[in-house]
Ligand binder design. Structure first.
Ligand code: NAG
Ligand code: NAG
Ligand code: NAG
Ligand code: NAG
Ligand code: NAG
Ligand code: NAG
Length: 672
């Protein structure tokens, strides 16, 4: 069980560009610009439908004065950028009659509605009227036009002698038309300027839900009959540009777009963070090997040969921070490993905070009492600064969610006295990586005057008396793992998904990745209930109380008397995105429980509510089975302290960075 990425599970943040405030009748959708596509055109929506307008080569340009209304002047242009701000959907009617009547206009528009894929009444915001030859309006045409509630009416001065009689509101503007053959009737997008208006060919965007296209294409209008690739993707369904994911499309289909921002995200906005996107993650913020991603194309890891795993599930976040210089941080959630393991395999800093550190209100839950949210960074100082700013006490979760005592997070230098080297998980499998770890431990001993001791966590916990009522012969790990059930994910995700999808599809079961199919189909109301869930939380509280009195405990001098270290990654061996490449001694599968260990390193803090930080230490060479060359693989270690000691651990990280023990990692192929 691994878990998620906040930017994914938290509410999507959508930025829409304001349009010049054209008044539209309530029944008409106003165009909302979605993007300018690098000089090729404009993407906008009218209601739920998206359109692309070819801005590079307008279909026609009509000269005229008074086209730009004063209000649209106020929209600022970015200097030098191919920005189209003053635009409006528009309908072009080229009349073939010498007398244009109301009836004619009405039947023409009705024929558009009935027979055109692109056209709908939203394009009646503005109207351009031309004719094949000299023509006039009669009184019925004027009356009809008045009733349309147009924002603007443009009239071809070459065919119509003058403006029709006063048409209220729509302020008819005379423009110089072009020959009828150069501008067929239909829906367009008009771009307004001081000298006239350009009419752009306009396309409705459909999603390629079956992913049958490499890219969309449209006539370039360059005059050479060429086509251009459509450089547009749908950010909600993640279609085009990158291979189209349909993953959790069933979930998207049954879930409305959230109507409020998650408080944890709002906190970032309030602190001035620039949010730029939403990451890929394993389905339902859970665990899944790269080769088990069916609906979504698995993200790429920039390290080494470029064919390494990004882990799951905050895979997109970890790998993006390792990849892009223009990106400072990513956030994600961690239920069972989802921040810490992606950080390990991408050679970045990534944490699972103490249980209860920050609200996950409005995030898609995997486990109410086990979900946490962490930060990825390349620079240790920035990681500390970001985290300390984000984790405000106002956003702590209460005992009602965690089932634990209220969280207290002192910001002090009461460092641990001992490092407990957990023999269940160490030494690292790759001897070269272990050398790096030993070097780091020596430096830490010197810097903090700590001792290093070995400990077998599995046997220590097995032999402890934790639960007096536990039947003889039942393993402590097994007993505590009966804590909780899947009621939380079942009631907030699985059940609404199954019911919503069944309602939409005549009783069908939703298409989900193989990792979830059998468990999602099995789970039902009879089997899962809130009482069992709550009993589980009580047992977890007892487990954590024991851990904090016998394992990682507070003293006068230390927030956490000792620190555990273990490895959540692969011990310095490459782990590939392709399954078969991980067989053999010089590669490794991720998320494997070591022999004789009761649980993985990843599972320690989800059970004991502690803070667990993945920190990169260095890199080792490996012979890639993909590039057939020597490549570098990141080496990292996990530092674990008592619940609530996060800020103390951040202070240790800063001291280690100041001493040169921890360094800023680079983007790309090599972290160092
Ligand atoms: C105008 O076009 C319509 C539809 O194509 C056609 O039915 C009608 O006969 C045309 N009228 C003239 C005068 O050409
Ligand atoms: C937002 O959505 C939630 C959940 O769908 C709903 O309960 C709530 O009433 C909505 N709030 C507003 C302001 O629309
Ligand atoms: C957890 O256990 C502690 C210690 O027994 C107790 O004080 C606290 O109330 C418990 N918390 C919850 C939410 O039950
Ligand atoms: C280092 O720690 C030991 C106890 O582990 C203590 O006796 C000693 O005084 C400490 N040294 C310094 C310089 O703090
Ligand atoms: C740790 O303890 C377990 C359980 O007693 C045992 O099976 C295992 O061999 C021990 N591991 C090490 C490295 O000593
Ligand atoms: C619910 O799940 C249990 C356990 O898997 C199963 O025995 C039972 O038949 C299921 N009930 C329904 C209504 O599907």
């Amino acid at each position: 069980m691994v878990k998620t990425l906040l930017s994914s599970t938290f509410l999507k943040v959508l930025v829409l560009f304001p349009l010049a405030a054209l008044a539209a009748p309530a029944s008409r959708n106003v165009a909302q610009k979605v993007q300018d596509t690098a000089g090729t055109g404009l993407v906008y929506t009218l209601g739920d439908t998206s359109y692309f307008a070819n801005g590079a080569y307008p279909k026609a340009t009509l000269k005229g004065r008074g086209v730009v209304q004063p209000h649209s002047k106020s929209v600022p242009h970015r200097p030098g950028a191919p920005v189209i701000d003053d635009f409006t959907p528009i309908t072009v009617i080229v009349a073939n009659e010498t007398t244009v009547t109301g009836k004619y206009l009405e039947s023409t528009i009705a024929s558009y509605v009935a027979g055109d894929d692109v056209f709908n009444m939203d394009f009646m915001a503005s109207l351009y009227l031309s004719a094949e030859k000299k023509a006039t309006f009669d009184a019925s045409a004027v009356k009809y036009l008045q009733g349309l509630g147009l924002d603007s009416l443009y009239i071809d001065s070459k065919v119509f002698g003058g403006k029709p009689a006063k048409i209220e509101k729509s302020k008819p503007v005379m423009v110089e038309g072009v020959p009828a053959k150069d501008l067929p009737s239909g829906p367009y997008t008009a771009v307004l300027s001081d000298s006239g208006l350009s009419l752009l060919s306009t396309y409705r965007l459909y999603r390629d839900e079956y992913r049958t296209f490499i890219t969309g294409a449209y006539p370039s209008n360059k005059g050479d009959d060429s086509f251009a690739a459509l450089e547009v993707m749908d950010s909600r369904w993640w279609n085009p540009m990158i291979p189209v994911p349909s993953r959790s499309q069933a979930w998207i289909a049954v879930t409305p777009i959230a109507n409020a921002t998650a408080p944890a995200i709002q906190r970032l906005v309030d602190l001035g963070a620039a949010l730029i996107g939403k990451y890929k993650l394993a389905q339902f913020a859970s665990g899944a090997n790269p080769w088990d991603w069916v609906d979504e194309h698995y993200p790429f890891n920039p390290r080494g040969d470029g064919y390494l795993t990004c882990s799951a599930s905050s895979s997109g976040g970890g790998c993006s921070v390792a990849a892009y210089e223009w990106l400072d941080n990513a956030i994600g959630s961690d239920t069972g490993s989802s921040m810490r393991r992606p950080a390990a395999v991408s050679g970045t800093y990534g944490n699972r905070p103490s249980q209860g550190m920050i609200t996950l209100d409005k995030a898609v839950p995997l486990s109410w009492a086990q979900d946490t949210a962490g930060v990825f960074s390349r620079d240790p100082f920035q990681w500390v600064k970001f985290s300390k700013a984000w984790y405000t006490p106002e956003l702590h979760q209460g005992p009602d969610i965690t089932g634990l005592s209220p969280l207290v997070v002192p910001d002090n230098n009461k460092f641990p006295k001992r490092i407990q080297y957990l023999t269940d998980y160490l030494p690292l499998a790759n001897p070269e990586a272990e050398k790096i770890l030993q070097g780091t431990l020596s430096q830490m001993k010197a810097l903090f005057n700590m001792t290093v001791e070995t400990m077998n966590l599995t046997s220590t916990v097995r032999e402890a008396s934790i639960f007096p009522e536990k039947p003889e012969g039942v393993d402590n790990f097994k007993y505590m793992s009966s804590a909780g059930n899947n009621y939380d994910q079942y009631s907030s995700v699985i059940k609404p998904l199954k019911e919503g999808w069944a309602a939409l599809t005549g009783g069908r079961f939703p298409p989900v990745d193989p990792a979830h199919r059998s468990s999602f189909s099995r789970q039902n109301d009879t089997q899962l209930n809130i009482d069992v869930y709550k009993q589980g939380l009580v047992l977890k509280n007892r487990t954590v109380n024991w851990f904090e009195s016998e394992m990682l405990y507070e003293t006068e001098e230390s927030c956490s008397e000792s620190m555990f270290i273990c490895d959540i990654g692969t011990g310095g061996l490459p782990s590939y995105r392709e399954k078969d490449l991980n067989e053999g001694d010089d590669a490794a599968f991720l998320a494997v429980t070591p022999p004789y260990a009761a649980i993985t390193c990843a599972n320690i803090c989800p059970r004991f509510a502690c803070a667990d930080f993945t920190v990169p230490l260095g890199q080792v060479s490996y012979k890639s089975r993909v590039s057939l060359s020597e490549e570098k693989y990141p080496v990292s270690i996990n530092l674990i302290v008592r619940r609530g000691c996060d800020f103390m651990l951040y202070n240790m990280v800063e001291k280690m960075a100041e001493a040169g023990i921890l360094k800023t990692v680079k983007t790309g192929r090599e972290a160092y």
